[in-house]
Design a protein around this ligand. Sequence first.
Ligand code: COD
Ligand code: ZN
Ligand code: ZN
Length: 375
Amino acid sequence: MSTAGKVIKCKAAVLWETHKPFSIEDIEVAPPKAHEVRIKMVATGVCRSDDHVVSGSMVSPFPVVVGHEGAGIVESVGEGVTSVKPGDKVIPLFSPQCGKCRVCKHPENNLCIKNDLIKPRGTLLDGTCRFTCRGKPIHNFLGTSTFSQYTVVDEIAVAKIDGASPLEKVCLIGCGFTTGYGSAVKVAKVTPGSSCAVFGLGGVGLSVVIGCKTAGASRIIAVDINKDKFAKAKELGATECINPLDYNKPIEEVLQEMTDGGVDFSFEVIGRLDTMNSALVSCHAACGVSVIVGVPPNAKNLSVNPMLLLLGRTWKGAIFGGYKSKDEVPRLVTDFMAEKFPLEPLITHVLPFEEINEGFDLLRTGKSIRTVLTF
Ligand code: COD
Ligand code: ZN
Ligand code: ZN
């Protein structure tokens, strides 16, 4: 029996307040309104940003259904939806693409002004939510809310993907993989034969390593204070691995000495101010490019000597690897299907959705790279 047009009762992981575990609740999901899409989730990754909501370091209205790295199948669509239809495999887009705003029309940039990332309202575009639990409205997160058996998103925040793609793998294209990979191939535009340094070897940093390798870099120097991360980094393309704790001088000096004055491209994929500075200094003074990928602590500033830039370095950053999401997520899925890059090495754990709290424990204790929850 079709569920289109009806309220769906299902399970979701609700976060009622900060510093509390996720609570698996029975919720109601209202049908999609005009230009909205209701999705049956199949798989979702556990990302650091979801945990930032739990810890309060990322601001979000509560109660909320978080999760933003998912993949699923369209259950029904609201009036006027043309880009997807029921039965399509899709990836929700935490960074949407309206196609009409100044940024969407800019050839190089991707942070559509319709995003709910910079000043989160915790709603869909019309200012309301489609979830209720125990009679209370529950907020959306980044317009995606993938920690629910069903979710509703705006049409500008969903991409139709290859019908043959394995959703329990390509869900990583919804955030972590794309953020890292795009930072190398699209934001930095790593060139063949170049030298790269990647600071931080979590799932996003390893995706930067994959991007540098795909782009043809000849040296990829992986930097982490946890040497247990080195084996996987090497498997994915790192040519050298160094631990700042093994040296009695700053790691930027070590990198400058290793690479004739500095690498061509450096990436900060940790989210710390000190390593953002080290990554900047470790790229070549005249021709280096340094990319900030890690999200810095809330409301913290970095003091930088302008000479570091005056000599010619480029310092940049981007959300979601600089990709225009609705256009480029389907292409990335096609590239994965054509084996242009792997996703499997990033997935260390697969758990049933109900074990979401165990998935977050694995993240917090550093035991996982990516955990995928399946519905
Ligand atoms: N020096 C070297 N390595 C360090 C240091 C240090 N001082 N401190 C920690 N590390 C290492 C850790 O040992 C770890 O291996 C790695 O850095 C960090 O890994 P994770 O697993 O914590 O992080 P990831 O890979 O999941 O990435 C998280 C980011 C830090 C990049 C996070 O900020 C992020 O996801 N940014 C993406 C930005 C974005 O687009 N966000 C929007 C939606 S997510
Ligand atoms: Zn836009
Ligand atoms: Zn994320």
